[in-house]
Design a protein around this ligand. Structure first.
Ligand SMILES: [Zn+2]
Length: 113
């Protein structure tokens, strides 16, 4: 099912481009997962040409950032200052064990009677 509904009825074998606002044969669209995808090839090309300069800048910035972080020494390992405070975890564990014991006892009692 298309994500957007075309404003005009689109015949079989045709696909609607929301950018040039026209229904065109499905073979003028790029095919992905066996389905024609919007926008149509000319619109996609125009969009890529329009954003090419910005894409180039972004690629350069990404490369610079990657080089910067690669040149830094790795961070020192984290050494805990205090002992691990796992009181809550132990309480939860104890409580769970108690409840399981109670459930077992209840099951045993109801099986005997
Ligand atoms: Zn188009």
């Amino acid at each position: 099912m298309p994500r957007k509904t075309p404003p005009v009825p689109v015949p079989d074998g045709y696909h609607y481009c929301f950018i040039c606002e026209a229904a065109m044969p499905a073979d003028s669209f790029p095919i992905r997962d066996g389905k024609p995808r919007s926008p149509c090839r000319p619109c996609g090309r125009k969009s890529r040409e329009r954003t090419a300069a910005m894409q180039r800048l972004m690629d350069e910035a990404r490369a610079e950032m990657r080089a910067f972080f690669a040149s830094r020494p790795p961070p020192p390992p984290i050494v805990p200052v205090y002992e691990v405070n796992d009181g809550l975890a132990r309480w939860v564990e104890r409580r769970g064990a108690e409840e399981r014991r109670k459930a077992r006892r209840f099951k045993k009692d109801s099986a005997q009677s």
